[in-house]
Ligand binder design. Sequence first.
Ligand code: SAM
Length: 267
Amino acid sequence: MTNRKTMTEAEPEADPEADPVRAEPYAGLAPIYDYVMRHVDYAHWARFVQSLLRRHHADTGHLLELACGTGNVACALGNLGYCVTGFDISQEMVEEARKKTPAPPGALQFDVRDLRDLRGIGAFDGAICLYDSFNYLLTLSDFDRALGQVYDVLTPGAVFIFDVCTEQNSVRHFGDVRDTEQGPGFLYTRHSYYDADERLQFNKFDIRLEDGSRRQESHVQRIYPHEDLLAHIDASPFDLLEALDGFSLRPGSERSDRIHFVLRRQA
Ligand SMILES: C[S@@+](CC[C@H](N)C(=O)[O-])C[C@H]1O[C@@H](n2cnc3c(N)ncnc32)[C@H](O)[C@@H]1O
């Protein structure tokens, strides 16, 4: 029996419309996201992005960031001198991002947008989408659609960098893990498990705030075989420049925890 079935039996899914405690992914997590992710070295991630852009002679002062979350990558890039236009599907995450005040003012802009529909947002000389966000695309047709949308908002020769987490990562770190943490003004429990049959990674949060309110939300991510992603990138209009193991310049593989893809819109 898979973990997913165990959870389903133990905790029947409530109708989110009928249950005020159930929330959309990231609606409840948004105010505590930065605390939950405090171990992430966003400055390092921003420097890695910069090094990839420079390595491919595609550095640009203004980047599009998709699935920008609470703006942590954008802020780190802002500290390196970039302007960033960030979009995220979650209104609550965008509101958290907007609370951060960059210098100079106006260098970072955040708005709500589904990365599967980027019509009308303008043209950009570079784009990024980081920290597993592409794993939230649950079908390869959504993956194809997202790649097509990004391609259409890039100028010729521009580079798009995104990452995915791998099955190795799910099995090694999120196989069946429960943790509870108390932060300033809140307590949360998280149950992470991986359904290998469906190749789905689940993260279920139960968040209680000191005002007595409570939010429960489920995050579901598709864990794609590396070969499938390579095949779909190959079929896309993008040129694949490299697929990298984690934050290194070694080739990514099924043994990687995370793979960064660097794509170029044809010149
Ligand atoms: C793990 S968080 C990463 C956030 C941010 N990139 C970071 O590094 O902290 C994943 C983000 O993807 C966003 N997301 C998921 N599906 C999306 C979609 N279809 N369009 C835009 N954003 C999406 C979520 O709202 C969430 O903010």
